[in-house]
Ligand binder design. Structure first.
Ligand code: IMP
Ligand code: MG
Length: 184
């Protein structure tokens, strides 16, 4: 997919909405409650992996009522169009010591599981008080490594999705809902 040159072309790649903005809002509340329940007087650090999880992160932080901080990492899983090539690289790391924190990773989608598996293994070596993974979307049928989130909000079949932070060729992150991408 190259540069999109018109609104018509942009819209023609959106096959159908699969999760509405309202359903996402309900799931975000659930994530906020889950994180609040982890609070025991020790600080919570919400970590999101850019770019895909930035919208989810922004919404979940506002659904959390316990004291918390935010941190960002960048992990790139290499894609050939919509097909994962299997290589994961940490291109931006956290800048704080996480050993005194309950760390919660907020992820947009778990596909092969490689990205989170690598990120979780890395963060574990830094001895956080606890480490939990909350994912908005989960495609368990696509797993290449054994990985399970602590909280998975929507399980979806094996199709490529866009919207609410998720992209195809950097487009569609701005959709307020999750849609199936029209792969032609
Ligand atoms: P994994 O390492 O294969 O689990 O892939 C995780 C990353 O790939 C996600 O954080 C997304 O950025 C991207 N990804 C996987 N599936 C999709 C999809 O259906 N739409 C958009 N991005 C996806
Ligand atoms: Mg991502």
């Amino acid at each position: 997919m190259g540069i999109i040159k018109s609104v018509e072309e942009f819209n023609s790649n959106i096959k159908r909405e699969i999760i509405s903005a309202e359903e996402i809002a309900e799931a975000v509340k659930k994530a906020g409650k889950y994180i609040d329940d982890l609070y025991d007087g020790n600080p919570i650090l919400l970590v999101s992996i850019l770019k895909g999880a930035y919208v989810f992160m922004a919404d979940v932080t506002r659904a959390v009522t316990a004291p918390c901080e935010v941190g960002f990492m960048c992990a790139k899983s290499y894609y050939n169009g919509t097909v994962s090539t299997g290589a994961v690289k940490i291109t931006m790391d956290l800048d704080q010591d996480i050993s005194n924190y309950h760390v919660v990773i907020l992820e947009d989608i778990i596909d092969t599981g490689r990205t989170l598996n690598d990120v979780v293994n890395l963060l574990k070596t830094r001895n956080p008080i606890s480490l939990h993974v909350v994912t908005l979307l989960d495609k368990p049928s696509r797993r290449k490594v054994d990985f399970k989130a602590d909280l998975s909000l929507f399980t979806i079949p094996d199709y490529f999705v866009i919207g609410y932070g998720l992209d195809c060729g950097e487009y569609y992150r701005n959709l307020p809902y999750i849609a199936e991408y029209n792969e032609v």
